[in-house]
Design a protein around this ligand. Structure first.
Ligand SMILES: Nc1ncnc2c1ncn2[C@@H]1O[C@H](COP(=O)(O)OP(=O)(O)OP(=O)(O)O)[C@@H](O)[C@H]1O
Ligand SMILES: [Mg+2]
Length: 331
């Protein structure tokens, strides 16, 4: 197979690349390091995070920002680099590239993303809506399902859709994701202990002892406190669980809103098939039980949830009817 088929999930925190026949071949921070002026790209992905970690005269650029959408120039440079890594510098056999985008991204922005992907070296560029890709990657039979919800819990955002017979019936997207959970943990500990946390420690608390629902075991973790601190801070699982209740409630509200938007004819099917959770945040303990209780529908976590969007994006290249009309660009 000379023309490679590549699916790319460029997220807020992570970028994954799926190559047909090979699987997920790249999973790195969605990050670039430039010189101080931001003029020259020095490193991309994992190499960028290592370079930035060493300090010095560098600047961090994230192509996808939770609050401000996509920096299309930066995204173009990043795509060019990633495609180059997959197909090599010679561009004789340019790849077919499918990129996932948030459903809220406008027509003009979609055009820009497609053009950037073409400039980055694609032979054909296609876009797919993130929740549709997530559902395909979660092995939902999107073409035949009579109604199911998919909730992709990312770092910067949560993207939701109701899908039936190959179409999205309703969508929702909120700028609350894993990052917001980390910020909520930081804020709660600051209020309670008058103490900031060291970099990355809020996320570590979430990953190691975090849970959406109260846990029976009384666990705790000692984490590095922020500037000026002389001792580590002992944090209990109960504190973490309480700290994240507010952003979790926002996510639950968005799921309820989506459910309310499902057309009457599909409601019974959706209530029966429930919701499937994808994205890194789907790995939070208790999240399925938590959302099931609030939405009143069955909820399950997809297998390997963090890869679903990338895998589904790549799989969609063999299944082009799942992309919206006009969402591709060929030379
Ligand atoms: N075991 C875990 N428990 C809770 N959260 C987790 C776990 N593992 C990863 N996460 C969180 O998942 C998020 C990353 O997920 P993902 O890679 O799907 O996001 P992304 O695609 O970069 O972001 P987005 O889709 O919003 O642009 C981070 O916030 C991370 O802390
Ligand atoms: Mg994502």
């Amino acid at each position: 197979m000379l023309t490679k088929k590549i699916g790319i999930d460029l997220g807020t925190s992570t970028v994954l690349v799926y190559v047909k026949g090979e699987g997920v071949v790249l999973n790195e921070p969605a990050l670039m390091a430039t010189d101080e002026k931001g003029a020259r790209v020095l490193a991309v992905g994992r190499a960028a995070s290592e370079l930035l970690g060493r300090g010095g005269k560098t600047r961090a650029i994230r192509p996808v920002l939770a609050g401000d959408g996509v920096d299309y120039n930066a995204a173009g440079v990043m795509l060019q680099h990633l495609i180059g890594r997959i197909v090599g510098r010679q561009r004789i056999f340019r790849p077919d590239v499918m990129l996932s985008v948030a459903p809220m991204v406008t027509g003009v922005e979609r055009r820009t993303v497609l053009e950037a992907t073409m400039q980055a070296g694609a032979k054909t560029a296609y876009l797919i809506d993130k929740p549709m890709a997530a559902a395909i990657g979660a092995r939902v039979s999107v073409a035949t399902t009579d109604g199911i919800l998919v909730v992709n819990l990312g770092a910067g955002s949560t993207d939701l859709a109701a899908i039936a017979h190959g179409e999205m019936l309703a969508i929702d997207s909120i700028r609350i994701g894993g990052d917001a959970l980390d910020r909520a943990i930081e804020a709660a500990l600051d209020r309670r202990h008058r103490q900031t946390l060291g970099p990355g420690e809020a996320e570590r608390l979430k990953l190691e002892i975090g849970s959406a629902t109260p846990s029976a075991a009384a666990t705790w973790l000692d984490v590095a406190a922020g500037e000026g601190a002389t001792h580590p801070l002992r944090v209990t699982a109960a504190e973490v669980q309480q700290a994240i209740q507010e952003p979790l409630a926002t996510i639950a509200a968005s799921l309820q809103r989506l459910l309310a938007q499902v057309p009457d004819a599909r409601r019974a099917a959706v209530q029966r098939n429930g919701a499937v959770l994808t994205g890194g945040g789907a790995q939070l303990r208790g999240i399925a039980e938590y959302l099931a209780a609030r939405a009143g529908i069955p909820v399950r976590v997809a297998r390997d949830p963090q890869s679903c969007v990338a895998v589904g994006t790549g799989m969609a290249l063999d299944n082009l009817q799942v992309i919206r009309r006009g969402q591709h660009y060929i030379t």
